[in-house]
Ligand binder design. Structure first.
Ligand SMILES: Nc1ncnc2c1ncn2[C@@H]1O[C@H](COP(=O)(O)OP(=O)(O)OP(=O)(O)O)[C@@H](O)[C@H]1O
Ligand SMILES: O=C(O)[C@H](O)[C@@H](O)[C@H](O)[C@H](O)CO
Length: 204
C-alpha cells in the first residue's frame, strides 16, 4: 500500500461481508486487519444483543477509538484495512479526519440478503431483527472521496479482486506525488477526479 490509500475502511450494514472482505484484502495487500466490532464497548454489544439498535451517542466513542487507530496507523505509515459499519456520512467524515487519504469500500447488499446472512449464522451478538434499523441508518455514500461501491451479492473472491484492483488504480492515478490530496470517486469502470479532497467532504 502507499500513502494514497494508507487505510481502507470496508463498510456497510450487518452481514454485508465487511469482516470477510477486509480480512482478505488486508492479507492480499500485506496490511493489518482491524475488526471494528472489537472496539465496541460491552454496553453497545449488549444493547445490540438485546435487539436495540445503536444510536449516534452509542457510536461516537466507538468511532473516536477507530479514528485514533486509523490516525496512528497513518502517522506510522502502517497499512490497515478496517471492517466498520460506518453507516452515516458524518461517521465516515469522522474517520477521515485524522487520515484524509482513507479509502472506503461500500458493500452494497439488499435487506433480504443481509437478513438471510445474519439469520443463518450462529454465535454472533447481532440479531436479524436489527437489520431494518441498519438500513434505516444507512446513508449510502454518494459523491464521497475515494469510495468504491461493490455489489456485495457477488462471490467473496470477486469482491476482493475488485477492491484490490480499485486500490491499485487509485494508487496509480495518484502517482505517489503532489496529487495525493485529490479525491477519486470510482463507480465501476469510471474514475473521475475531484480536487481538493475537502471540497467533497461535508458534515451532514
Ligand atoms: N460475498 C459473500 N457471499 C456470500 N456470503 C458471504 C459473502 N461475504 C460474507 N458472507 C457470509 O456472510 C456472513 C456475514 O459475513 P461477515 O461476518 O464478513 O459480514 P459483516 O458485515 O462483517 O457482518 P457483521 O458486521 O454483522 O459482523 C458470514 O456467514 C459470511 O461467511
Ligand atoms: O453501527 C452499528 O450499528 C454496528 O457497528 C453494527 O453494524 C454491528 O456492530 C455489526 O454490523 C455487527 O453485526
Amino acid at each position: 500500500m502507499n500513502r494514497t490509500a494508507s487505510a481502507i475502511v470496508v463498510m456497510g450494514v450487518a452481514g454485508c461481508g465487511k469482516s470477510s472482505v477486509a480480512h482478505a484484502v488486508a492479507a492480499r495487500l500485506g496490511g493489518r486487519f482491524i475488526e471494528g466490532d472489537a472496539f465496541h464497548c460491552a454496553a453497545n454489544v449488549d444493547k445490540m444483543r438485546r435487539g436495540t439498535g445503536l444510536v449516534d451517542a452509542d457510536r461516537w466513542p466507538w468511532l473516536e477509538r477507530l479514528a485514533a487507530e486509523l490516525k496512528g496507523a497513518s502517522e506510522r505509515g502502517e497499512p490497515v484495512v478496517l471492517a466498520c459499519s460506518a453507516l452515516k456520512r458524518r461517521y465516515r467524515d469522522r474517520l477521515r479526519l485524522g487520515s484524509p487519504s482513507v479509502g472506503f469500500v461500500f458493500l452494497d447488499l439488499p435487506p433480504n440478503e443481509a437478513a438471510k446472512r445474519v439469520g443463518s449464522r450462529s454465535g454472533h451478538f447481532m440479531p436479524d431483527s436489527l437489520i431494518a434499523s441498519q438500513f434505516a441508518d444507512l446513508e449510502v455514500p454518494v459523491d464521497e472521496s475515494m469510495t468504491l461501491t461493490v455489489d456485495a451479492t457477488r462471490p467473496l473472491d470477486a469482491i476482493v479482486d475488485e477492491a484490490i484492483d480499485w486500490h491499485a488504480r487509485t494508487s496509480r492515478d495518484a502517482g505517489y506525488g503532489p496529487v495525493a490530496q485529490d479525491s477519486v470517486v470510482l463507480t465501476v469502470g469510471a474514475t473521475r477526479r475531484i480536487s481538493p479532497i475537502h471540497q467533497t467532504n461535508s458534515n451532514s
